[in-house]
Write a new protein. Sequence first.
Length: 700
Amino acid sequence: MSQSDLFGEASADVSVKAAQLRERLHHHAHAYYTLDAPEIPDAEYDRLFRELQALESAHPEILTADSPTQRVGGRVLEAFAVVHHAVPMLSIRTETDTEASGAEAFDARIRKELGLSAEEPAVDYVAELKFDGLAMSLRYENGLLVQAATRGDGESGEDVTANIRTIGQIPLRLPPDAPQVLEVRGEVYMRRDDFEALNERQRQRIAAGMKGEKTFVNPRNAAAGAVRQLDSGIAAERPLSFFAYGLGALSDSAEGLTTGPLPWHTHFDMLQQFKAWGFPVAHQTACVQGAAGLVAFHQNMAAARDALPFDIDGVVYKVNDLALQARLGFVTREPRWAVAHKYPAQEEMTTVQAIDVQVGRTGKLTPVAKLAPVFVGGVTVTNATLHNELEARRKDVRVGDTVIVRRAGDVIPEVVSVVLDRRPAHAAPFSMLTHCPVCGSLAEREEGEADHRCSGGLFCSAQRKQALWHFAHRRAMDIEGLGDKLVDQLVDAGMVNTLADLYHLKLDDVAKMDRMAEKSAVNLLQALAQSKQTTLGRFLFSLGIRHVGEATAKELARHFGQLDAIMAASEDALLQVADVGPVVAHSIHTFFAQPHNREVVQALRDAGLNWPEGDALAPIAMPLAGVTVVLTGTLQSMGRDEAKEQLEALGAKVAGSVSKKTHYVVAGAEAGSKLDKALALGVPVLDDAGLALLLSGEKP
Ligand code: IVH
């Protein structure tokens, strides 16, 4: 094979590869710029773009005029009027190097261009944030906002004035000292909190069945969507913000092009003037000296990035002196005097290797996407929560999928979307497990709730610590000295697995624990022994059955009298208990239907836990059953309503008028005809003290 054949073949391969890359880039540029619905993260787009650039520069013969590398920025949407920029909107060169080298390389270039020797002083720079939104040019004539335009391809953009007027932070009118023509350039963006609120509203609209609504993948994308809304009423509902960072046209004559000298000597002074005219300028913007100043700014902002209320994708360095800027000038479409120094991307692409279900301390089951490790937002991410089954299905994340993962701020990493055209055939939709992956108990989701829960309560080792903390609580079994820390230690040491294990602890074992002395160990064992004698209400509450609080537990104990009756009760029977509705009844029934939970209850009984059992609705609990009382006059110890309530709680009937059948009349101050009638009929009359006696369960 001759050498030329070899080259021919290589070149054919390369041009096929380049054509494929162009095709993909065209597709993704359309999704990004025209539909505001990117399918892949920016970082991935940049990689494809650079790959194509590298191919084209190594093989100039394959370059085509329509290659995405030959065009800057986006395309102009025909829906909006076209605006020709009086001064082109340029882009800036990007340094993606991490740490110091990007800043140092820039400073070295500037010094070289300016012919500065090493002995000469450091160059003054302005360091700014690189806001992750979209560039906007705001044109003011005679102090009035007349036009807002997107960057478009840099030469012409879209007229989005109506939408931009809805942004409260952008002045519609400038003070009288503003020049006749002024174009302020800056970034329109959406704050993170506004973005979250917008997506929440969008989710509600989708849930309400509204057609054509969607959620947004990130704040930048949401901002772009709002700016390019054809209906400015909708744009107004999407809260946008603005930061000024640059100048377009400026003139004191109606033509609007800069002629004479600028009214400022430095970029920083210009920003201060913008601020005075009412434009927001980020307060992080700083004047710094030389490479060291840039490096420090880069590091400080990297540390501050997560806590900012908006997204940034890097910092921007600019030569401060405007005369020096003019001397440095431009290369093609980029100024030599500015550079963007990027941070690691906050969105990356990776694949879902599995979807695990994790069990939380309270039994909540959470689906978690296990990801091929990916470096995003400055950390390596291998897990992303899918929250619950509904959320996992809404995003339709499947094992094998390629997904976009986002980690912005200190927010936990999340899957923003699935790259659908990379879904493998036969990828199955996710569905929640029917049983707890830890203990095998039934997994249940209550009506109206998003989360599934393990019903294995006491048995499930994932819920062990939570169950023990609750059990020992003062208002439950009241085991003094058994705090959260000790529970953690006992479980971690493998000494306590179930509630009943507590009652088999040995003095030596307990004394070995951290911060435990012989005496406190003795005290704990004593407290455990004491706790064995309890009440049915406390015992029920201490089991930690979902929805069974202290009051419900007491009521259940009063109603059924015996534990076995409760454990055997049907949901219907449980519904007869005051305050027990269908959700609570179902929860109690499911709890006792789990063999594991029954075993734990039995083990506790075997360990010696006991309580007085009564009959169903035991009369002892209703000492005033069958007693009729009439209240009259003003009582000293309590109001009449409260007295009525307390009497009724003990089974008494509180009547409105006195008759022969009345057992007692309780008379306070200024009692009238009812007291007279009681005296006439010979009905016993009680004062406050008599009432107290009655309420203590004794009959006076
Ligand atoms: S200056 C002539 N400053 O980054 C220089 N741009 O390609 C013009 N951006 O899309 C840009 N923050 O919208 C500048 N502080 C900042 C910026 C910034 C964000 C965006 C700009 C443009 C891209 C630069």
